[in-house]
Structure formats: structure tokens, C-alpha cells
Design a protein around this ligand. Structure first.
Ligand code: PLP
Length: 449
């Protein structure tokens, strides 16, 4: 019998993935009977695993009360309560939440809010945004312009805003020079950002945009100590805003609610998504500081932006339940503890591996990077599509992990990202590392390494 053609437009137009028919805890069940341990939470989404009973109960309650009301007419209790859990806790800090349907929308809103803020302050010339190479901020045209993957942007170049330029990321494994200390590396990156401000004209820059821990494009890359403080200082000196993208690394993923708390800086605007709703509903948010919103309130009085499904009551109720579970069950302590165990096991399994050049991450957000030669940090030939092969091999053996790297501005860094649910047990963490080790070795053997 001929295979049934899926009318769903999947990422691959050649293969249809198996249907997922259920889930429980860290596991997903496929229609073909396979049980897959969701070691990357999809793409760092499922922070509570699957079918968490308290989240499902909260969603059922909200669905039976009020699923949707348009924000042109109404607010809702779940939206108000979710905003109260997220913002307004520190004087002068992030004070308002703007709920959207995902990460790209949160980034779009962040860019537009920054622009509107400066227009209403009487600085309409602040039109430039500086982001970083090897970054991903979403797939809509504005977010794509912000992202620093040249190959991803190239096909759409004529459609993308020219308002974005990109500087070197704080990616020590590839960007730090031999013999350079962390402090020297930070100073060099700061000098580059300063030079970019000067090139554009310091009073034409609206914001610097970065991920505190880089997720999909580079694979759990943390910045050296002092980097974000240095970036913040440059923004402050020139009156520009700091926008942090915590779509992947935020909401507890690194062992603390916001990854920027570990950097000793706070953003003016922040994008969150994925772990906010844990995949139970599509939801993201832009968080904004009081000074930005107060300026607009005193000016035009309205943020010129909006979506049909913003502050969706059912989505907000699901996210509220996810955040309640994380707080009530003290899961961030668990993320720190399990994260140490994950790091230790990755180091044991891959620390001396001939083809693993780097093991990096924080909390329950880790990646291994594969290299053809450890000494020179030479990447494998991209044509081998190693990261995709490892993903497929792992999946066939019941492990979901997230491949990344791609041809990124000349740097090929095959990496595999792990972002297990915060509820993963010690045994499940062991199993993840074991299965990943087997997949990596099988694939390398099959490509004659
Ligand atoms: N920003 C970062 C850092 C991301 O990792 C992603 C998605 O992977 C996005 C933005 C875009 O989010 P979404 O896919 O929900 O639109």
C-alpha cells in the first residue's frame, strides 16, 4: 500500500515524522510504539515534561470557564495573575508583560517597542539595532533580520530591515584568541561594540540585542564573566537600550528564573517564550521596564502593536500553572542539582572523546560540540550533516536531542543540545547521556571516524 501523503506541511518535504500519540513525564510516545525520552524538551520547551497533571487540571478549569476574549475589549484573570508573577518585583526593573504567541512575536514586539520609545522621547533617529553573529532570534522577517546567521538571512535579504548589524559573539571556543584571558576577550568584544556604535553614530543606535546563553545556533554558549556588564555599560553610555532574548535560556533553564541574573545586569526589554508555557500552550512575552512604558503612556498613550491572540486566557492560565509548579515544587534547586549531574556525566562520557571538542552549558542547558580535530578545533565537513545524523540515530534509539550548528558565518560547529525537563530524575539523566554517547559513537563509526 502506498504511504499516505501528509497534508501537513512539515519541515522536511520528503519525510513525514511519526505521529506523537501521548506523553508522560520526560517521555513521548510515537504511533509506531516507540518511547522517546525528550532530552531537549523539543527545542528547550517542555520544562515540566509532558501531561503534568496540575497544568492539565488548570487548563481544563480555564477552558471550561473562558477560553478566549479579545484584548481590544477585555483583560483576563490568568493574564493579570501571570504578569504579576513575572514583573513588578524590583523598583526600576521590568514592570510590564506583553503576552504573545511565541518567541519570534516577542522579539518583534521588543524591536517595535524600542523604536516607539525613542520616537516618543524625541529621538527618532535611533533606528539601528546591533545584534551578534551566530545568533537566532526567530523566523519572522524582523526577528530574522536581528539574527546573526548569514546563511539563514541570505534568501530573504531584500525583505529584511537594514537596521541591524552584527558583532562578534562571546563564543570563547571559536572566537577567543590563543593566549587571550577572559578579561582580554571581554575587552576586545567591548571595543568592537563601541566601534560599531561609533561607526553607526552613537545617537542613532536604539538597542543592543543578545541571548545571555546562546541556544540553538551555537549550543548553550555562556559568556565570560563581565561580558554583559561591559555591554550594558556601553549601551548606558550612549543612551541605547539593552534587549535580552531569553526565549530559550530563560524561565529557569539555567537554574535561575532569568539567565541575566547570573550576569549582574538587567535588561530594559526582555523576550521570553518556550519555558514560559512549557509547551502546554503557545505563549511568549515581552517584558518591559517601567521607564519605557511610562514614556509611552505620557506620550501617545498606546503601544502601536498587537495580535489577535495576545494575552490569550487559556495560554496565560497554562503558563501560570507551569510557573506555579516550578515555584511550589522548588524546581530551580532541582535544575541546579541535576545540571551538575548532567555536566559531570557529559564530562565523564565525552571529556576524552577524540571528536568532542567542547562540553558547555549551565543548569539543564548543555551541548557537546563535535570536531574533526580537537587540537585545531577544526569542524567536520558540513556535507556530512553529522548533527542531523546524530539526531536521527538517537531518535531511532529512543532519545530526542536537538541538533545545531549549521554553516554559521564560516564556522561550522556541529553540536547537539540537551535541555531535559526540570523534573528529570537522576536515572533519566544517566540514560540521556548513555543514549547520546551510543548515538555519537555509532554515527562517527558510520562516517569512518
Ligand atoms: N529567540 C531564540 C533565542 C530562540 O531560540 C527562538 C526559537 O528557537 C526564538 C527566538 C523564536 O521563537 P519561536 O520559535 O517561538 O518563534
Amino acid at each position: 500500500m502506498a504511504a499516505r501523503i501528509s497534508r501537513v506541511l512539515h519541515r522536511s518535504l520528503r519525510e513525514t515524522p511519526p505521529k506523537a500519540i501521548g506523553g508522560e513525564g520526560v517521555y513521548l510516545f510515537a504511533e509506531d510504539g516507540r518511547r522517546v525520552i525528550d532530552a531537549s524538551g523539543g527545542a528547550a520547551v517542555s520544562c515540566l515534561g509532558h501531561q503534568h497533571p496540575r497544568v492539565i487540571a488548570a487548563m481544563a478549569k480555564q477552558a471550561s470557564t473562558l477560553a478566549y476574549a479579545h484584548t481590544a475589549f477585555f483583560s483576563s484573570e490568568p493574564a493579570e495573575a501571570l504578569a504579576d508573577t513575572l514583573v513588578g518585583h524590583e523598583p526600576g526593573g521590568l514592570a510590564y508583560a506583553y503576552f504573545v504567541s511565541g518567541g519570534s512575536e516577542a522579539i518583534e514586539a521588543s524591536i517595535k517597542l524600542a523604536r516607539q520609545y525613542f520616537i516618543e522621547r524625541g529621538e527618532p533617529q535611533r533606528q539601528h539595532f546591533i545584534a551578534r553573529r551566530q545568533s537566532y532570534h526567530g523566523n519572522t522577517l524582523g526577528a530574522l533580520a536581528a539574527g546573526g546567521n548569514a546563511w539563514r538571512r541570505a534568501p530573504y535579504a531584500p525583505l529584511l530591515s537594514a537596521a541591524f548589524s552584527h558583532v562578534t559573539p562571546a563564543f570563547a571556543y571559536h572566537e577567543k584568541h590563543d593566549g587571550e584571558s577572559d578579561a582580554q576577550f571581554v575587552a576586545r568584544l567591548a571595543a568592537e561594540l563601541e566601534a560599531e556604535f561609533q561607526r553607526l553614530g552613537p545617537n542613532t543606535v536604539a538597542a543592543f540585542l543578545a541571548e545571555p546563553v546562546v541556544g540553538a545556533t551555537a549550543g548553550a554558549v555562556t559568556a565570560p564573566a563581565g561580558y554583559f556588564k561591559a555591554m550594558r555599560e556601553i549601551c548606558d553610555r550612549h543612551g541605547a537600550l539593552l534587549i535580552l532574548d531569553e526565549v530559550m535560556c530563560g524561565m529557569g533553564r539555567t537554574g535561575i528564573t532569568h539567565a541575566w541574573e547570573q550576569e549582574g545586569v538587567a535588561p530594559d526589554i526582555q523576550a521570553i517564550a518556550k519555558g514560559l508555557g512549557g509547551g502546554y500552550q503557545p505563549i511568549g512575552a515581552m517584558l518591559a521596564s517601567g521607564r519605557i512604558i511610562d514614556t509611552i503612556r505620557a506620550g501617545s498613550g498606546a503601544f502601536q502593536h498587537g495580535h489577535t491572540y495576545m494575552a490569550h486566557p487559556l495560554a496565560c492560565a497554562a503558563a501560570l500553572a507551569v510557573q506555579d509548579v516550578i515555584r511550589e515544587d522548588r524546581l530551580l534547586d532541582y535544575v541546579k542539582e541535576r545540571g551538575k549531574q548532567l555536566e559531570q556525566h557529559l564530562v565523564e562520557r565525552f571529556g576524552n572523546h577524540r571528536y568532542v571538542g567542547d562540553i558547555r552549558g549551565r543548569g539543564l542547558f548543555w551541548a557537546i560540540e563535535l570536531v574533526a580535530d580537537r587540537a585545531s578545533r577544526t569542524s567536520f565537513d558540513p556535507a556530512l550533516k553529522l548533527n542531523q545524523k546524530i539526531k536521527a540515530e538517537a531518535f531511532a534509539n529512543g532519545l530526542g536531542c536537538y541538533p545545531g550548528g549549521g554553516t554559521v558565518d564560516g564556522v561550522r560547529g556541529d553540536h547537539v543540545l540537551l535541555a531535559p525537563p526540570y523534573i528529570a530524575s537522576a536515572e533519566e539523566i544517566d540514560l540521556i547521556v548513555d543514549k547520546l554517547g551510543t548515538a555519537v559513537d555509532n554515527v562517527l563509526r558510520s562516517v569512518n571516524h
